[in-house]
Design a binder for this molecule. Structure first.
Ligand SMILES: Cc1cc2nc3c(=O)[nH]c(=O)nc-3n(C[C@H](O)[C@H](O)[C@H](O)COP(=O)(O)OP(=O)(O)OC[C@H]3O[C@@H](n4cnc5c(N)ncnc54)[C@H](O)[C@@H]3O)c2cc1C
Length: 389
């Protein structure tokens, strides 16, 4: 696609090897995703082949050490490129499936695991034969993670797990789920992370939830009824789960920011094409002063969002991204993405409301971005605390 955004300013955060990887992702979108995407949307979940094909193309868990079947390249810029290209092309739901595995689940399994656990899980997550999910949210606790009630009670070499989770991405396709569970009543020190594997008696996948957007992706209820989970499946020490979540959430938020900016850029590019082609009152609708000013404003804001997000990616690659800065990137870029999708749909007139026009999907897919991974309001709480307020 022709780049419309200040092509004279190369993005210094990325090097040649990253740009080569961008080409790999673009080709993957053409050959694997585009031909199957409508079918995945109709099925409300992607085929497992999305994961195995991504694994074959070296697009999963870049940081997995070589001895466990990975490339051993722990460089978030590759993750970001994957998110950007899926978002830009309008394949957000398939992009989320992979981002969940790479950016959200991946770090728990690469950073908190023993060698024995790595051997069991990393090769499969890296070649795409295993699909991962993470289950924090419950029907009664979303923004306030310290309120979770799923409980794991120690019984010899096992934990007995009881509780219910909801809104879990990859929740139908997953083979293993990182579950946040209460191991004591202490608000923060009472949380632990357990990996629950498909086939564990008492672990059930509930409904594949019917969403407003992201139709090509599965979001599920999960339940645990006296599910016996080996102590050997615990990630890190007992009672450290809340702190592990807090450490990894900034990457999840940056991941969402990278997809938000690129998705909005893709929407703006397609809208520019549309407003040039569509005529009213004898002229292209893009030439009305209102349309020109609106698009000029959105293009400006996207340039600013791009520079800030790239800056955050660069900081994260140097392990210097703070929770507050990740929160700033997340709320600002996702709110912008929603606004860009909304305003660009308006410029499409009635056609924008038709599902056959990509803008309608982009509009519906964008809406969740300000909610999951921590809502805009929670991001502002984090930033407010960082300001000492
Ligand atoms: C499609 C989708 C995929 C998801 N994937 C996953 C997943 O893979 N794993 C997972 O664990 N979760 C997942 N979630 C859950 C998601 O992270 C939560 O929905 C989100 O954190 C909000 O929690 P909640 O829905 O319980 O809303 P609530 O916490 O009930 O919030 C409702 C409203 O109250 C506001 N609010 C709450 N607290 C405050 C406060 N202190 N100050 C100001 N306003 C506040 C919120 O901002 C929001 O506007 C997913 C959700 C969706 C819809």
């Amino acid at each position: 696609m022709t780049a419309l955004f200040d092509t004279t300013a190369p993005r210094s955060v990325y090097e040649d090897e990253h740009e080569q990887f961008r080409e790999t992702v673009t080709k993957f979108l053409e050959s694997v995703v585009a031909p199957n995407f409508e079918r995945w949307e109709a099925a409300k979940r992607p085929d497992r082949e999305l994961f195995s094909a991504a694994g074959e193309h070296g697009m999963l868990l870049f940081g997995t050490p070589e001895r466990f079947g990975g490339a051993g390249v722990d460089d978030f810029r590759f993750n970001a490129i994957l998110n950007e290209e899926f978002g830009r092309a309008g394949f957000a739901s398939a992009g989320l499936s992979l981002a969940l595995q790479n950016d959200v689940v991946g770090p728990y399994l690469t950073d908190l695991t023993s060698d024995e656990q790595k051997q069991r899980w990393l090769p499969g997550l890296t070649d795409g034969s295993l699909v991962g999910a993470i289950a924090m949210t419950e029907p009664g606790a979303g923004s306030d993670l310290s309120g979770i009630r799923t409980r794991a009670v120690r019984d010899g070499d096992h934990y007995v797990l009881n509780g219910a989770k909801t809104f879990i991405s990859n929740g139908q396709n997953c083979d293993l789920v990182v579950v946040a569970a209460r191991t004591s009543d202490d608000k923060h020190k009472g949380m632990s992370l357990l990996v629950v594997e498909e086939g564990t008696p008492g672990f059930e996948k509930g409904r594949n939830l019917d969403k407003l957007g992201l139709h090509g992706q599965d979001t599920s209820e999960l339940s645990f009824t006296d599910a016996r989970v080996p102590v050997a499946n615990r990630l890190g020490q007992e009672g450290t789960g809340f702190y592990s979540l807090m450490r990894n959430l900034p990457q999840e938020r940056l991941s969402l920011a990278t997809s938000a900016v690129a998705a909005a850029e893709g929407v703006l590019e397609r809208t520019l094409q549309y407003v040039n082609d569509r005529k009213a009152f004898g002229r292209p609708i893009g030439t009305f002063q209102h349309s020109r000013f609106l698009l000029a404003e959105l293009a400006t804001e996207l340039d600013i969002a791009r520079v800030f997000t790239d800056h955050c990616v660069s900081l994260h690659a140097q392990r210097k991204l703070t929770a507050a800065r990740a929160a700033k990137a997340k709320w600002w870029t996702t709110e912008l993405q929603v606004r860009v999708a909304d305003r660009c749909l308006q410029l499409h007139g009635g056609y924008g409301y038709m599902r056959e026009y990509p803008i309608s999907r982009a509009f519906a897919d964008a809406r969740i971005q300000t909610i999951y991974g921590g809502t805009t309001e929670i991001m502002k709480e984090i930033i407010g605390k960082d300001l000492g307020l």
